[in-house]
Design a protein around this ligand. Structure first.
Ligand SMILES: O=P(O)(O)OC[C@H]1O[C@H](OP(=O)(O)OP(=O)(O)O)[C@H](O)[C@@H]1O
Ligand code: HPA
Ligand SMILES: [Mg+2]
Length: 179
């Protein structure tokens, strides 16, 4: 285990099982809908990659880069779009792909934006749900696993842009960010 990690919360094997389950469920729910999976960069990359391999129906993928943490452990609440979608979502069934829903601000903002742009439907699939962090009302449609109120890193999640490449999700030692 990495020296800055206190505890592994979600192992590689657990993540694989989650992707298998969610992939099956999404394949059933979106049969004949040609859904558009929208990954929110940067955090979504490992999960998007693992999840879509388990989806058994035709899908399209696109990405947006969105940021509100600016490297730290607290959301600024201000969701900035750094890179936008390249094609229209008009009349599309969209599935937002997230690594974590914490305060809910990111997903809430992007859901409203996609609906405003004419999406037929917008649902959210997230690897991690941290309901104790919620500041806006939001329940993700597809949840990999619910986690406690800890700052986690790995499998896409960062602190100051590091740790995204860990193959598991772990609790970051507070000594790393409390100086
Ligand atoms: O529910 P929220 O409180 O909005 O937090 C969740 C969002 O925060 C993180 O992204 P971040 O803004 O750090 O950008 P990143 O994906 O590049 O790390 C994470 O990847 C989610 O997108
Ligand atoms: O617990 C977290 N870790 C990393 N990034 C995050 N963005 C929201 N919550 C978290
Ligand atoms: Mg981040």
């Amino acid at each position: 285990m990495h020296q800055d990690i206190d505890e592994v919360l979600v192992s590689e094997a657990q993540i694989e099982a989650i992707c298998l389950k969610l992939g099956k469920q999404l394949s059933e729910d979106y049969k004949d809908k040609n859904p558009l999976f929208i990954g929110l960069l940067n955090g979504c990359v490992p999960f998007m990659s693992a999840l879509i391999k388990r989806v058994e129906i035709p899908i399209e993928i696109q990405f947006m880069a969105v940021s509100s943490y600016h490297g730290g452990i607290e959301s600024s609440g201000d969701v900035k779009i750094k890179y936008d979608l390249e094609r229209s979502v008009m009349n599309r069934d969209c599935v937002i792909v997230e690594d974590i829903v914490d305060t809910g601000a990111t997903v809430k903002t992007i859901t409203s934006l996609l609906l405003h742009r004419g999406a037929r439907s917008v649902k959210v699939v997230t690897l991690l749900d941290k309901p104790s962090g919620r500041k806006v009302e939001l329940i993700p449609d597809y949840i990999g696993i619910t986690i406690p109120k800890r700052f986690v890193v790995g499998f896409g999640l960062d602190y100051n842009e590091f740790y995204r490449n860990l193959p598991y999700v772990g609790v970051l030692k507070p000594s790393v960010y409390i100086k």
